[in-house]
Write a protein of this length. Structure first.
Length: 356
């Protein structure tokens, strides 16, 4: 793969936000990657380790660190913004040359970005985009497209009628907001005969299961579920099984389920007909291009909006903030187009979940 900058010059990207200090600390610090004076030291904060998706990301990061020639210092903020802020302090004290992070609270991270900018430490964010402040590059997929794809799939399968539950992520995260807003807008525009029940879950599996159980108790005729992440997969399937609704798609009692992530378990469940679709978030490419861009920043490279050499598109989100939007395909059992959305078959070998 050609790893040179897309263009030798373009929009210069800088960081900027208010200064902020906090106590130092780390969670799960470790060193990995290449060794030697020529390898820049990069701090990578893993956002959590309680989902298959993020555990896959954690597995890929050291592999790509070796390939790209960087040395890692890793922490794990465990879905806690206070931990992430503390871990950033640790990175500064360790003398890292760049930081890769995936802040789950995309508003509260801005002051820490300002502190890193003051230290001339470039930051790349993975999967999420800060609400304010500037980073060198955001590496994520189009999360609004996630919501639209799920809407088109469920709306088409239900013939534009019925009730669906949307198990939302944390609305403090831009990902939760993007997926929720796009799903609701699509349903209102294209499938006004479908009633959507939005249930906020804070990305927590137990909260998602409890709210889905309550919703089925009050509305037993639910015919579709949109899980904004695979964190809700186990609990959702357990509830459907308890209610005798875990049946093949050909059965009239079938509840259509669309998930997000593309983990191996989801692909297996699609193949068996237990769930119906997922949007495959590229855990492998998040790790790869997060490290690629932070190394590029350390090397003084710049980028500008437009197509990349790895099949994605860089967009300008706002002044000084660029986002590389990686591909995230809709995955189904048969790989057929549905609701105008192209899909990949669950066993497609290009899906990272089939090689993890």
């Amino acid at each position: 793969m050609n790893r040179k900058a897309l263009l030798g010059c373009g929009l210069a990207v800088t960081l900027g936000a208010a200064m902020f200090t906090t106590g130092c600390g780390n969670d799960g610090e470790s060193g990995s990657g290449t060794t030697g004076s020529s390898a820049p030291l990069v701090g990578v904060d893993y956002p959590r380790s309680d989902t298959d998706f993020w555990n896959s990301y954690i597995k890929y990061a050291p592999q790509y660190a070796k390939e790209l020639g960087v040395e890692l210092k890793a922490t794990n903020s465990q879905n806690d913004i206070a931990n992430l802020i503390s871990n950033a302090q640790t990175f500064i004290s360790q003398g890292v040359k760049g930081v890769v992070m995936a802040p789950q609270d995309t508003a509260a991270i801005a002051p820490t970005l300002g502190q890193l900018e003051a230290k001339k430490i470039p930051v790349v964010t993975i999967d999420t985009r800060p609400d304010t402040g500037k980073v060198f590059m955001v590496v994520r997929a189009d999360n609004r497209a996630y919501g639209t794809k799920a809407c088109q799939f469920l709306g088409t399968k239900l013939g534009g009628k019925g009730k669906v539950v949307m198990l939302q992520g944390d609305l403090a995260s831009i990902n939760g907001r993007d997926r929720t807003e796009a799903f609701n807008e699509c349903m209102k525009k294209d499938f006004p005969g479908i009633t959507v029940f939005g249930e906020a879950t804070d990305w927590k599996a137990d909260v998602a299961a409890a709210k889905l159980q309550t919703r089925f108790a009050s509305d037993p005729d639910i015919k579709g579920v949109y899980m904004q992440s695979s964190f809700a997969l186990s609990g959702t399937l357990q509830i459907l099984k308890q209610k005798g609704l875990q049946v093949p798609p050909s059965d009239p009692k079938h509840v259509f389920i669309v998930s997000n992530d593309g983990i191996p378990e989801e692909l297996k469940d699609i193949g068996s007909g237990t769930i119906d679709a997922t949007v495959s978030q590229p855990a492998d490419l998040y790790a790869k291009y997060g490290l690629y861009y932070v190394k590029a920043a350390i090397d003084g490279k710049t980028f500008q909006p437009g197509p990349t050499d790895h099949g994605s598109t860089i967009i300008q989100v706002r002044d000084g903030l660029l986002e590389d939007q990686l591909a995230a395909p809709l995955v189904t059992q048969d790989g057929a187009t549905i609701g105008g959305q192209p899909t990949l078959k669950f066993d497609d070998k290009t899906l990272w979940g089939n090689t993890a």
